[in-house]
Design a protein around this ligand. Structure first.
Ligand code: DP6
Length: 363
């Protein structure tokens, strides 16, 4: 059943509202089963599952005051890293405008938004996931502050996830600690295309502090923009096969995340990374986003796994950089391997040491 967040009553009455601010930090996430293909208003063609990260996050402060001018024009200024950013201002204005049926009070306020990322631009980390989830959490905080309507944690998180999804699909998964699943899957009754659900209870302790070392093969922007990428799936000859594969991989991964079978984990995660890239290579137009360094690192990862029996696995976003996933207990061996063999294939030996984390935080 579709959720109705039409916020007819969420209109501010007072004409002398005190100015104030809310601030959230929200992490990025790395998909294990990938979301690639969407329809309607930001609905996924297949379910996806991700780990929520710790170190790679966006911090967003929303300052508000009463808007003097009447009407539905969105009054907003967006600063990124302390600098006014026209592209972000335009994107967020459009987003707020689209959110007016849910949060009508957005047209009654004037906003100054300040945000920064802890990770560099185009580091192979989905910045829209952290940015849009931080913003959505901030908007839910405003609703709760003005109307007290989101008292229960579940209500709050579900609405934040729903609203984040409208900004960027993968952002809806960042709302939850450790791991999240987004998209309807018949075997999971609570799953939905409209918001993500947490997976804390279904997560083996091995995964609760899993490591993600992000290897920056290239720092230049070479990814396919996500909107262009999802669109490629509308006419993709393998689309229906892909959606069926993703469902199958979600079901298998859900068991693996519960039972801690790392051999299966490696298989599923690497298959998903390659399916995403194979889809892009077979799209029209087609994209090759892996670089020589990406393939060199993948070869070395597989060799290391074969030689040591340590179950490290790689995954990829829509770009050339590698996310190397492994259990925390192998940290010493894997860090040495990265240092000695992998960093030489990274631009300026670039790496971000991240791990599965506790989710967003209000500051
Ligand atoms: C390859 O969430 O960035 O990272 O909904 O258009 O904002 P939009 O797309 P976006 O797509 C993410 C694609 C992916 C896989 C994933 O995170 O599941």
């Amino acid at each position: 059943m579709s959720i109705d967040y039409t916020g007819k009553n969420l209109i501010l009455e007072s004409s002398n509202l005190e100015a104030g601010k809310v601030k959230w930090q929200s992490p990025s996430n790395i998909a294990l089963v990938k979301y690639w293909g969407k329809f309607g208003n930001q609905l996924p063609r297949n379910p996806s599952i991700s780990f929520t990260l710790t170190e790679s996050y966006t911090e967003t402060e929303i300052e508000y005051s009463e808007k003097i001018e009447k009407g539905n024009r969105i009054e907003l200024e967006y600063l990124f890293n302390g600098q006014e950013n026209e592209a972000f201002t335009a994107r967020v204005k459009k987003y707020f405008h689209e959110l007016l049926p849910i949060f009508p009070f957005l047209q009654q306020l004037s906003f100054k938004i300040n945000s920064r990322n802890t990770f560099p631009h185009s580091a192979g980390i989905a910045s829209s996931a952290s940015a849009m989830s931080a913003l959505a959490l901030g908007l839910c905080s405003l609703e709760d502050r003005f109307f007290g309507s989101l008292a229960a944690d579940d209500d709050y998180e579900r609405k934040a996830s729903y609203v984040a999804r409208l900004g960027s699909g993968s952002a809806c998964r960042s709302i939850f600690a450790q791991a999240a699943m987004w998209g309807r899957l018949e075997s999971v009754p609570a799953s939905s295309d409209e918001y993500a659900i947490p997976m804390k209870d279904g997560l083996h302790e091995l995964f609760q502090d899993y490591r993600d070392s992000i290897l920056m093969v290239s720092r230049s922007v070479k990814s396919v923009s996500s909107s262009a990428g999802h669109q490629l799936m509308d006419t993709h000859p393998y689309a229906s096969v892909r959606y069926a594969e993703a469902r199958k991989n979600c079901n298998s991964l859900l068991s693996v995340l519960r039972n801690g079978d790392l051999e299966r984990f490696v298989e599923i995660v690497e298959t998903e990374a390659f399916q995403l890239h194979a889809l892009m290579m077979m799209s029209s137009p087609s994209y090759v986003l892996m670089e020589p360094g990406t393939l060199a690192i993948i070869g070395l990862i597989r060799q290391f796994r074969h030689d040591t029996g340590i179950p490290i696995a790689f995954t990829l976003d829509a770009g050339p950089n590698i996310h190397l996933l492994y259990p925390a207990k192998y940290l010493t061996e894997v860090e040495l391997f990265i240092e000695e063999e992998l960093l030489t294939h990274c631009e300026q030996r670039g790496i971000i040491k991240d791990k599965v984390g506790a989710g967003p935080l209000e500051i």
